[in-house]
Design a protein around this ligand. Structure first.
Ligand code: ARG
Length: 595
């Protein structure tokens, strides 16, 4: 919060831009050097002076607002000391809106996420997209954007042709009713066995063979479906309905919602229209076999990207072209983000380039948020297919294991909240582009950088508040003038005050890991405070006298200092709780008062 004051001050003094300063300002390694530090190197060239001299000049010159106590030059650094008491007063006042800001000005951001393929079960790659996209939705909402979450279902493509064939030949109706996802998977796997192809997860990733009777059957069915054949259409609807049930189960468990759910197939026609326009404009060309392509790189004839199949049916990119144009028409978004596996980055960069060449300038505001692989190490997941790791299996096993852990520790707590939170956390604490090493032991540990550790810290803070409920500490008058802040209190106050800026950064950089790692540090800082600064009845606590602080903690002189110190610390615990709850909310993780 006071970093913003320092930035404002430096904008005036240095004439650097706010955005530049946000990234330039550092936190000194040792709080004795200062709370924030501005390295003066960057001004050296412009001012034709050594950075040390610049720092000294500013230290003498600068007029400080009341929030900043003093400023000092240390070598090339200009170090700021903030007024901790004023900051503490502000921290005590925060409420459930803490961390929200108005930077978004209601601008629309479309987020295309989750996007599983109907007929196939959701796999662990989709979970990462779902969790990441949902967290970005929450972050943008907090920043007062108007995010629009779209679930772009993969409801067409060769796998649908394969499934229609299998559905006609081998469907077990009772099994479909009992467990739709399982039965559809069985059908798909059986087809792949016949075709001798690989069972794969992604959209348009299905193997196709040129002279295979099974591939041909699937292609035929797909063509029939696109031509509006009634029987094929009915089966397709049935597949859609059945797998929709499976998806909803997962979304309910994860508590994820969308503003719009639209299948890819809806955009085939629009896509084809765009392809035809591109042909007319000479941007796209026809191959001898009638397929249509765009040469992405003018100097490289090998950079052909096919945007229409030789049999004139739409492919993955044809539909994405159509969807992008329709979405812009509908939402006039300021930004659109696609959350998928990084291996689709070629697809998206081609999509953006083609749109740009076609003069759709909104393509400058489209981003691919690519993420790495979720790896399972040596833990074997019993899945019926071997290759496909089922999302539902992972979720259910995690909840099961959370239950075991809770029983073992003889604690309270809701296994679903702990299990789901653990999964969301292990996914989100990693930068999107990094791979996630998934292990149950790590995800569910109550110690270290995990979801349960943070939920547990929250519950601990809640139990302190609960014990003090009757004390009316919220009404106590607290005047910090005579209060000696302990260093653990200062650390906690400062940490809490960093939150609003972390949220802004997470939005700018499309990176919820910034929030996850912040909230981990917040919990660590809280736990340190809790161990060193007795909250309830501080004067009577034995640990009070062995405090590492040379100065006496809490209030001086006052007769009633015990009560006032207690009230101050309780309010601080409460502010911590509010901040942590908001941080975890942005990650989609629920908190519990008892655990
Ligand atoms: N269904 C695709 C898959 O599972 C992801 C779709 C992503 N969104 C898009 N507009 N292409 O790989």
């Amino acid at each position: 919060m006071f970093k913003e004051e320092i930035i404002k001050l430096l904008v005036k003094e240095t004439r650097l831009r706010e955005e530049e300063l946000v990234n330039l300002i550092e936190i000194p390694p040792n709080p004795e050097l200062g709370d924030y530090s501005f390295p003066c190197f960057i001004l050296s060239k412009r001012e034709k002076k050594a950075p040390n001299q610049i720092a000294e000049h500013f230290a003498k010159q600068i007029k400080l607002p009341k929030e900043i106590e003093s400023v000092r030059a240390t070598g090339p650094y200009l170090n700021f000391f903030i007024n901790k008491k004023i900051l503490a007063e502000q921290i005590l006042k925060i409420n459930s809106n803490f961390g929200k800001s108005s930077v978004g000005k209601k601008h629309k951001i479309v987020i295309d996420f989750s996007a599983p393929n109907i007929g196939k079960p959701m796999h662990i790659g989709h979970i990462r997209s779902t969790i990441l996209g949902d967290s970005m939705m929450r972050i943008y909402n907090f920043l007062d954007y108007s995010p629009i979450g779209i679930n772009y279902l993969g409801d067409t493509g060769l796998h649908i042709g394969k499934l229609i064939v299998a559905h006609e030949l081998w469907l077990d109706k009772a099994a479909l009713k009992k467990d739709p996802v399982q039965e559809l998977l069985r059908l798909y796997v059986k087809f792949c066995e016949k075709e001798k192809s690989e069972v794969v997860e992604g959209a348009d990733a299905d193997e196709e063979f040129s002279n295979n009777e099974w591939t041909n059957k699937a292609k035929e069915k797909l063509k029939l479906l696109e031509l509006g054949d009634k029987t094929a259409h009915k089966i397709w609807e049935d597949i859609q309905k059945s797998s929709g049930k499976g998806f909803d189960k997962v979304y309910n468990l994860l508590k994820v919602n969308f503003n719009e759910t639209t299948g890819q197939s809806k955009f085939s026609e629009k896509g084809k229209e765009i392809v035809m326009n591109a042909l007319k404009a000479g941007i796209a060309k026809r191959e001898t076999d009638n397929a249509v392509y765009v040469q992405i790189d003018k100097n490289n004839p090998d950079s052909k990207k096919y945007i229409l199949r030789s049999n004139q049916t739409a492919s993955y990119i044809t539909q994405d072209l159509g969807a992008a144009v329709e979405r812009y028409k509908k939402y006039k978004f300021e930004k659109m983000i696609y959350v998928t596996d990084f291996r689709q980055s070629g697809h998206f960069s081609a999509l953006f380039t083609i749109l740009k060449t076609l003069d759709f300038d909104f393509s400058d505001n489209m981003f691919h948020l690519g993420f790495g692989t979720v790896k399972f190490g040596n833990e074997i997941i019993a899945s019926r297919t071997g290759n496909i790791i089922l999302l539902e299996d992972v979720l259910n096993r995690t909840i099961e294991k959370a239950k075991e852990e809770i029983n073992k520790r003889k604690t309270k707590g809701d296994p679903t909240k702990v299990g789901v939170g653990a999964i969301k956390y292990i996914i989100l604490k990693n930068e999107p582009i990094k791979d996630v090493q998934f292990s149950w032991e790590q995800a569910l540990s109550f110690e270290g950088n995990t979801g349960p550790y943070q939920q547990y810290s929250y519950a601990r803070a809640s139990s302190i508040i609960k014990k003090a409920k009757s004390k009316n500490f919220n009404k106590a008058k607290i005047d910090l003038k005579k209060y000696n802040l302990a260093k653990e209190e200062i650390a906690l106050i400062k940490k809490i005050s960093d939150f609003p800026e972390i949220v802004i950064q997470a939005g700018d950089k499309m990176n919820p890991a910034l929030i996850a790692n912040y909230s981990h540090e917040l919990c660590q800082t809280f736990n340190e405070f809790y161990h060193n600064c007795p909250v309830l009845n501080p004067e009577k606590d034995k640990s009070f006298s062995v405090s590492p602080n040379p100065k006496k903690q809490g209030f001086e002189d006052d007769k009633d200092n015990n009560k006032e110190t207690e009230a101050f610390r309780l309010r601080l615990v409460d502010s911590f709780r509010t901040t942590l709850e908001n941080a975890l909310y942005l990650l989609g993780i629920e908190v519990m008062n008892e655990m």
